[in-house]
Design a protein around this ligand. Structure first.
Ligand code: NAP
Ligand code: GLV
Length: 309
């Protein structure tokens, strides 16, 4: 029995020594060295080439190396009968909340304007609200959304969350479904997207949605690039309907050189680093899931292919 590991070359180099140390009982194969595919029962993967998982006849469990599993669902040959786990790692959750708090604070404290003023050597005080006067809406009120919400709330922001199914989360206003989205948008001066990318959420950040936000609202997208209709963002910023955007994820990654987002004065670009997978903690979590699965015990964070996350 062997485990196939497949990620980027840089990530593979970081994972390799940890796997030997934390899971010494397993034989690992590091893609593209698959060996005899019939020996592979488990796969730990990020963006596997289409068809790779279908080529493993003894595969029993797929462990995604990220929180989102849209990279797996893109494979038309994905063996859909095999259970998939996604990564839920408190270390990563903390990282995402740091990113969201930083981004929301930058937008709230008018950083884009003060950076432009610094470049122009212009000393100008701008009117500033406090956090308690700046409602934040979070699209995707799951593991990452709720933790970010708690940390924003601790900073004083009134936070509301939107999810697919209705839920009560102590201390938060929550919304669900289409009507709920309208209500959340109407009150959100800063909108944070932490949704999974599914057929229902693809393109959700579009001109129609921006028009339902208060004028001058700002956007943080740390979900997936596919959530944003890219052609709709710059017109919304240039018209003043949106005042700024912090983007960590893009339809094409790396964001191509010359893409207008790189140089737009109201957009902050980061290279998909909001919450990177952290091998030391992730290896222990995935190792535990594989051990449990092998013993026939329940495994946490299984993906539901019907909802797509
Ligand atoms: P999660 O715990 O599964 O939470 C997802 C949330 O989205 C849930 O509240 C879910 O609603 C909601 N949702 C799903 N489909 C919806 C729909 N059609 N309408 C309304 N709400 C919907 O996932 P997570 O761990 O928080 O991760 C969320 C996403 O963050 C990942 O899928 C990934 O794309 C992204 N991410 C990005 C980075 C980065 O570095 N930029 C890092 C990690 C993750 P229910 O509660 O009703 O199920
Ligand atoms: C990163 O984007 C992840 O899904 O973990």
């Amino acid at each position: 029995m062997a485990i196939l590991f497949r990620s980027t070359p840089a990530a593979t180099a970081r994972w390799q020594p940890l796997l030997a140390e934390l899971m010494p009982e397993h034989e690992f194969r590091f893609w593209p060295e698959v060996g005899d595919p019939a020996n592979i029962e488990y796969a730990m993967v990020w963006q596997p080439p289409p068809g790779l998982l279908a080529s493993l006849p003894s595969l029993r469990l797929i462990c995604g190396l990220g929180a989102g599993i849209d990279h797996l669902l893109r494979d038309p040959d994905l063996p859909r009968h095999i259970p998939i786990t996604r990564l839920v790692d408190p270390y990563m959750t903390d990282a995402m909340s740091e990113y969201v708090a930083l981004s929301v604070l930058r937008l709230h404290r008018q950083d884009l304007d003060y950076l432009a003023q610094q470049r122009a050597q212009s000393w100008e005080e701008r009117e500033q609200k406090n956090a308690c006067e700046r409602p934040v809406g979070i699209l995707g009120f799951g593991t990452l959304g709720q933790d970010a919400g708690r940390k924003l709330k601790a900073l004083g922001f009134p936070v509301a969350g939107w999810s697919r199914t209705a839920k009560e989360v102590a201390g938060f206003v929550t919304y669900a479904g289409g009507d709920g989205l309208d209500a959340l948008l109407a009150r959100s001066e800063i909108l944070v997207c932490l949704l999974p990318l599914t057929t229902a959420t693809e393109g959700i950040l579009n001109a129609g949605l921006f028009a339902r936000l208060p004028r001058g609202a700002a956007l943080v997208n740390a979900g997936r690039g596919g959530h944003l209709v890219e052609a709709d963002l710059i017109p919304a910023l240039d018209s003043g309907q949106l005042s700024g955007a912090v983007l960590d994820v893009f339809r094409e990654e790396p964001l191509p050189k010359g893409h207008p987002f790189w140089s737009h004065p109201r957009i902050i670009v980061t290279p998909h680093i909001a919450a990177e997978t952290h091998p030391p903690t992730a290896a222990a979590i995935i190792g535990d899931a594989i051990r449990r699965f092998a013993k026939g015990e329940p495994v946490a964070n299984l993906v539901d292919l019907a909802t797509g996350y």
